[in-house]
Design a binder for this molecule. Structure first.
Ligand code: B16
Ligand code: MG
Length: 208
């Protein structure tokens, strides 16, 4: 009885986390400290501004508002330059097939992402036409675990959240999906995503 499917982007459709990591690491190095892949785990699903706040906390650095904004902008510039090279082959296994399968069953599809670069990424991956609605970081005020992004996504599809299923890889995203009133499929490990209704290792596991 699923009428709508709402997908997170990073970690569900494509692994942009590795490009975020390189750009954050380069900012940290410019500021004179190390930033590891383990540190990067804390930034998954988290907004750009909150990510920078965490990064500066790791480095023990304080920045005034103007410097903070310049740092966020400089990281984004480097990140956007790297994702400009994204190829359709980088879509995670099974993701495109699963989206096409849902569409052929008449299920409406939305994106529910924290990223302000979501439209650009979908166009690079050549899958923008598979989405009926895109709700991203430019369209919401409150970050996950707040349910705003998923409530907006179901309403953009003209559906009640209870008729939608959210696909999420981050703990805060799973919480946001549950709080919106939708069912949630966690993408990743059952230990971390214990609040999800079902956990699979990737969308490939759902393709029939
Ligand atoms: P941007 P998602 C999130 O994407 C990423 O997981 C997170 O690491 C990133 O900081 C955030 O988007 C904002 O991205 O800097 O492009 O606006 O998982 O919500 O699709
Ligand atoms: Mg994610």
């Amino acid at each position: 009885n699923m009428k709508g499917a709402i997908f997170d982007l990073d970690g569900v459709i494509v692994d942009t986390a590795k490009y975020h990591f390189l750009a954050w690491k380069s900012l940290a190095n410019q500021l004179g400290f190390e930033f590891t892949e383990t540190d990067n785990e804390r930034l998954k699903g988290v907004s750009r501004v909150e990510s920078l706040r965490i990064l500066l906390e790791i480095g023990g650095i304080e920045a005034d508002e103007r410097t903070f904004n310049e740092m966020a902008e400089s990281k984004n510039k480097e990140y956007v330059a790297s994702i400009a090279q994204l190829q359709p082959e980088e879509i995670l296994p099974g993701a495109k097939t699963y989206l096409q399968q849902l569409r052929s069953q008449g299920i409406k599809i939305a994106l529910g992402s924290a990223s302000k670069n979501a439209e650009f990424i979908l166009s690079k991956l050549e899958i923008a036409d598979l989405f009926d609605a895109v709700i991203d970081g430019n369209k919401v005020a409150k970050a996950k675990p707040d349910p705003e992004v998923f409530i907006s996504a179901s309403s953009a599809l003209g559906l009640d959240p209870k008729d939608c299923v959210v696909f999420e890889d981050a703990e805060a995203g799973v919480q946001a999906g549950k709080a919106s009133g939708s069912k949630v499929v966690g993408i990743g490990s059952p230990e971390i995503l214990s609040e999800a209704d079902l956990v699979v290792p990737g969308l490939a596991a759902l393709v029939k």
